[in-house]
Write a protein that binds this ligand. Structure first.
Ligand code: SF4
Length: 431
């Protein structure tokens, strides 16, 4: 069988390589999805997506072109909506069928945000710990949560990672990984003093902010760092130039700032803030400091911006928005705020599907679903399954941008991996 627009070879009819007429396609599709005979569950799912896009199911109207807020390495696309079956188990259990002649049925639906979940920096940090465990063996110590997600941390713990708060908890000569949020130079010095083998999994986009802080400090600027007090990233960036950096934690803090020279002051920011709130803070700062300079490129990272952008698009259509993410994940918390600001009636942050209170869904027809940048997609799939069991069987993915960015592993780890591959001894302490 060949589904419209797709070259899907049916297991029971592999010789059919030309497109049958549309009515025949519809009949074949209906038969195969309705009965389950003649194609695998996987093919049925793919065919379902394809057919709906071809106009056999609901009419899907793309919303207006999304302004490309992400970095150039993310390919902006026309915002589009597509029926999707993110979990094959859901598809099988529900027996979802797009019948060609079915009258439109107003089902409870889920608007699934895309992009969502893992960003390039988190992916790299998690891989760093996994590769370090393979290369050096357990235990590998990790200073702070490698990324702010309970599930990721417990999964790595099960593989042999030990999470600590400070370097003093790491035995002399052991391997320690620094988290994606970045560390102050002092932390590197402490590690060296304890002869630790340090692997720095700081996200390169956080490193970029550190470099900006160092550069402006070297030019004797006052630096206004917009961010949340106590957040690890803010602590790490501030540590680059403590004498030059003042923290601005939200718009109201703007009025408390004092600077030495109003003509020599720049603002930088944490990478995971609300874009809108940061702009409000900057506007307030500029009222007092008209000569305030901006960072050379956005500090709020592409992943944070993209996840906020898509939730802005769907927020107003949603009765409830569920954000999968941990409470200490700044970008996840921001997504709830952005959803509410965009018009969602309610927004909730959850680590796991079982935390969803049925009362939240009682009067809801449309549930928006997204996840923070440190959340593996399996947790979102579990939420999709959970919602499907409560009648939200119509899942529509809304895509505003395709992300293609990736980061290579930390250079110190790559060097050791290369040495191991070449059969050379891998140093086990700081070199
Ligand atoms: Fe890097 Fe942004 Fe991901 Fe943070 S959220 S790890 S800054 S890509």
């Amino acid at each position: 069988m060949v589904a419209p627009g797709r070259r899907l070879i049916c297991a029971t009819c592999p010789s059919t390589h030309t497109q049958p007429s549309r009515p025949i396609q519809a009949l074949i599709f209906w038969l195969t999805t309705r009965t389950g005979h003649g194609s695998s569950a996987l093919l049925r799912g793919v065919a379902s997506v394809s057919v709906t896009r071809q106009g056999y199911g609901r009419v899907v109207t793309p919303p207006p072109l999304a302004p490309p807020l992400g970095e150039s390495r993310s390919a902006p696309v026309r915002s589009r909506r597509s029926a999707t079956l993110p979990s094959w188990s859901t598809a099988r259990r529900l027996g979802r069928v797009n019948e060609p002649d079915a009258k439109p049925v107003h089902r409870k639906r889920v608007l699934l945000a895309n992009p969502r979940g893992y960003c390039a920096g988190v992916d790299r940090a998690v891989q760093t710990v996994e590769e370090a465990l393979k290369l050096y063996g357990a235990p590998v110590y990790v200073r702070k949560q490698i990324v702010h997600n309970k599930h990721v941390v417990s999964t790595l713990e099960a593989k042999g990672a030990i999470f600590v708060e400070e370097n003093e908890e790491v035995p002399h000569g052991s391997t320690v990984v620094f988290s994606a949020h970045g560390v102050a130079p002092e932390v590197h010095r402490q590690a060296k003093a304890r002869s630790l083998k340090a692997i720095d999994a700081t996200c390169p986009l956080v490193t970029k902010v550190h470099q900006e802080a160092r550069r402006y400090a070297a030019q004797d600027y006052d630096i206004l760092l917009i961010g949340h007090e106590g957040h690890e990233e803010v602590v790490g960036t501030s540590g680059e130039a403590p004498a030059h950096i003042q923290l601005v934690d939200g718009p109201d803090d703007a009025d408390k700032i004092t600077v030495r020279d109003p003509e020599k002051v720049v603002w930088l920011s944490q990478t995971t803030l609300s874009v809108d709130e940061t702009m409000e803070t900057v506007a307030r700062l500029k009222r007092r400091l008209p000569m305030l300079q901006s960072p050379p490129t956005d500090d709020i990272c592409y992943a944070t911006q993209n996840r906020q952008q898509v939730i802005k698009q769907i927020g107003a259509d949603c009765d409830v928005v569920l954000v999968v993410g941990s409470r200490n994940s700044s970008n996840s918390v921001r997504l709830v705020e952005v959803a509410i600001d965009a018009g969602a009636r309610a927004g909730y942050l959850i680590d796991f599907a079982h935390e969803i209170d049925d009362a939240w869904l009682a009067d809801a027809t449309t549930v928006g679903l997204t996840s923070g940048a440190s959340v593996p997609d399996e947790l979102v799939h579990q939420v999709v399954d959970h919602l499907a069991e409560r009648g939200f069987t119509d899942v529509e993915q809304v895509t505003t941008v395709e992300e293609t960015i990736t980061f290579s592993l930390p250079s110190e780890l790559r060097r050791d991996m290369k040495a191991a591959a070449a059969g050379t001894d891998v140093p086990v302490t700081a070199s």
